[in-house]
Every structure is written in C-alpha cells, then in structure tokens.
Ligand binder design. Structure first.
Ligand code: ASP
Ligand code: MG
Length: 418
C-alpha cells in the first residue's frame, strides 16, 4: 500500500483539490491512504482565532467569518448548492460556534487544539467528498480514533502500541473498500479530546500510518520539485537531490530545513520505508527519494536558514567559572521551559546558547534564570547551518553580516548572524 500526504499549499483552493484528484486518479487501483493538511494558510488563521478568543478580542467574529468564508468559496466552486457537503461542513464548525460563545476557561493549549484542529477536519471532508464526486471511491476517516496521544496539548506524544493496534486492526480491511482520506497533524486522547502533533505535523502523521501498515512508500506532494540544497526563496542557484540518506534528511530537518517535519524520518527509517518528495505541479517528475543509501556526493553545500533566533549568554553573578553544576541547573530550566538548543558554546565565565524565540516561554525562562545568573541576549537573529561546507561558500554567505557566534566541525558549520 501507499501513503500520500498533501500539505496546505497543495489544497489551498478549488483548483488544488481538482489537481489532487488528478494525481490520485493515477494511483486509485492500489491500496492508498491519503493524509491531508488544512487548506492554504488556514492553520495560521485558526491560531489567530484562538488568540482572539482567549483575549476576547473585538475582531473574533470577523476572523471566524473569514475562515468560514474561505471554505465556502472553495465549496461553491467544487459542488452543486444541493450537495450534502455544505451541511457537513457547517456541522463541523458547530463545535467552535459553541465553544466561542462561552468565555474561555480551560487551559490555553487545550483550547488551541480544539479550535485549530477544525482546519484538517474540514479540508479532509471537502477532499473526500470531491474524490467521491469525481468517481473515486473514498472513505473519510477520523484520525482521532487511530493516532492515540497523551494530553500534552499542542505537541501530543504518540502512544505507539495503542496506535499500532488500532491501525492494523481496521485499516487494511478499509483499504480493500477504497481510498482512505484522513487528517494530518491531529491525534486523540483516551478521553476523546483532540490533540495536535506540532506545527507542520502532517508529514509525521503520514509516517506513523506508513510504519504501522508497512507501506511500500510515503509520498509527500510539495510545491517544490524535491529536496533542494537550499531554500529557493533565499538562494538563486539551487540543486535538487535525486536521493538522500535518512541520516542526512534527519540532520537537515534538525537544523531547520522546513520541507519535512523533523519527527517524520525516524519511523520510516526504522521500518525501511522510502520517503518520496515530489511536486504536485509536476507529478510525473522524479523528485527526491529519501532512503537507506550510501553517502551522497554533495556537489554543493546544503544551506539551512533558521530565523527568529535568540542568542542568550549566561554567567554566574559572582564571576565564578561556569561549572558543571551551573550547566546542570541551566539545562533543567531549559527542559522545564521547552527550550530546544540549536547551538551552544561555553567559555570560562559564560555559557552561550542559541534557540528559537517563543516570547512567552522566553519570558518565563528569563525570570527563572535571573535569580541565579546574569543574562544578556540578542534577538531577531538568523542561524545559518552549512552541511558539507566549503570555506568559500561560507565566506560568501556571511560577508555582509555581523557574526555573533561561529562553530565549525568536520561536516557542519554554524553561524549566528544579525
Ligand atoms: N496544518 C498544520 C500546519 O499548518 C499541519 C501541517 O500543515 O502539516 O501546521
Ligand atoms: Mg500546513
């Protein structure tokens, strides 16, 4: 069987859904499970809605109306007005209708997941209905009964045994009856609440299904021709990899390549399932295959930019050396405040660390650190990681920038710049 993942960009409008159907038609005679994300930038809009609801902002109603309007427009282009999908979508929104009528009480991360998940619940209903209308036998599947997580809202951790059991019990028989369309990014708790798996988590969903079903491959359909050595938004002269090892792909996502969600590769690597990255605009082109392979020859270095970085310097208040005990205290605070370190460096008197800025978490961290340490920080920085670097390429990249930290190992150079 095959697993496909279609991200937001591929289903951003009616034409996207029609294109998805054209691609799926070519594969419809084999067992196929399709994971779909929310349409276009709907997850961002739903995040805005969540914030507006929590702060009881004036534009709450307007933001919500925009989200509904966006989907309605797509529906009108794809279906006759009498189609039952109009009602189905309205019913899907009812849960949010009710929720936002009341004042927010619950934990914010919990509210976030209940609201933001609507994006995938709606997009998958639209896609499934359209495929059926196009004559492709399709079943809509509620993923929350199959991907089981704890109640760590906004970043649910998978209960693998339970998930494996649910998926392998039901899905093979369902696949015999037709294509399955299900939601990326979502999971369910044992109390039947909705969780999300972290932003851009739909790739991860595809990889969970693939590994539980021993799929032949996973294909993620993108707006780029495959995995490139650098982001074409920032660099002109990019090259596409025909194939890449799991290890290299993990390294790239770890350093911030946003083409694939970082948690995606491990389950596939463990089950030896290849991941194909292909263009939804050019579905017959080859794309990139990520699989077990000997080291690729890198004709050009891999360049990964991570923006919105903070560089934090921590030193003891009494000018004492940064000791192992200090480091251990600092790392405990990092773990408690969900700080994921991107680069770090120690000297006699200070410890310097670079990580993604999440303002709320950062404030909390600073208030805790303040008690025992002196801290200085810079934000709005960019972390540039160059894998398989060549000295010249690195120099060129940083020539007109202020370098605040630089770290070079045999394969990888990292610089934090302003
Ligand atoms: N819709 C979710 C997001 O935008 C999940 C995904 O696209 O993978 O983060
Ligand atoms: Mg998305």
């Amino acid at each position: 069987m095959l697993v496909f993942k279609f991200g937001g960009a591929s289903v951003k409008d009616a034409a996207g859904v029609e294109n998805l159907a054209r691609i799926v038609t070519k594969y419809k005679d084999q067992p196929l499970l399709i994971v779909v994300s929310a349409m276009g930038k709907i997850t961002n809009a739903l995040e805005k809605l969540t914030k507006a609801y929590i702060c009881q902002a004036d534009d709450l109603g307007a933001i919500y109306a925009d989200i509904k309007g966006y989907h309605h427009l797509v529906l009108k282009e794809l279906f006759e007005p009498s189609h039952s999908i109009f009602n189905e979508i309205a019913n899907t929104f009812v849960e949010i209708d009710w929720m936002i009528e009341d004042e927010p009480h619950d934990d914010h991360d919990f509210i976030y997941d209940q609201i933001v998940s609507i994006g995938e619940l709606v997009s998958t209903r639209i896609v499934a209905a359209y495929l059926n209308q196009a004559g492709i036998k399709t079943q809509w599947l509620d993923v929350r009964g199959y991907i089981h997580t704890d109640n760590n809202y906004r970043e649910g951790n998978i209960y693998w045994d339970k998930t494996q059991t649910s998926i392998s019990q039901d899905i093979p028989a369902l696949l015999d009856k037709g294509i399955i369309v299900t939601q990326g990014f979502l999971g369910g708790t044992s109390e039947n609440f909705t969780t999300t798996l972290g932003r851009e988590g739909s790739d991860y969903t595809a990889s969970i299904f693939a590994s539980c079903l021993q799929a032949e491959s996973v294909t993620t359909w993108k707006d780029v021709p495959g995995l490139l050595n650098a982001d074409p938004k920032f660099f002109g002269d990019t090259v596409k990899f025909a194939e890449l090892s799991y290890t290299e792909a993990i390294e790239m996502t770890y350093y911030g390549a946003s083409v694939i969600h970082p948690k995606t590769i491990k389950p596939l690597q463990n089950a030896k399932i290849p991941l194909l990255v292909k263009s939804f605009n050019n579905p017959d082109a080859e794309g990139t295959v990520i699989k077990e392979t000997a080291d690729t020859y890198f004709e050009k270095p891999v360049i990964i930019l991570k923006q919105n970085q903070v560089l934090l310097s921590i030193s003891a208040k009494d000018y004492s050396f940064i000791s192992e005990n200090h480091l251990s205290d600092i790392f405990k605070l990092f773990a408690q405040n969900h700080v994921k370190v991107n680069v770090m460096q120690t000297s006699a008197l200070s410890f310097t660390v670079c990580f993604d800025l999440y303002p709320e978490r950062f404030e909390k961290l600073l208030s805790k650190l303040d008690r025992d340490f002196k801290v200085k920080y810079n934000n709005d920085l960019t972390l540039i990681t160059v894998r398989h670097y060549q000295q010249n390429a690195l120099k060129e990249l940083i020539q007109d920038k202020i370098v605040l930290l630089e770290q070079i190992s045999r394969n990888t150079a990292q610089v934090v710049v302003k």
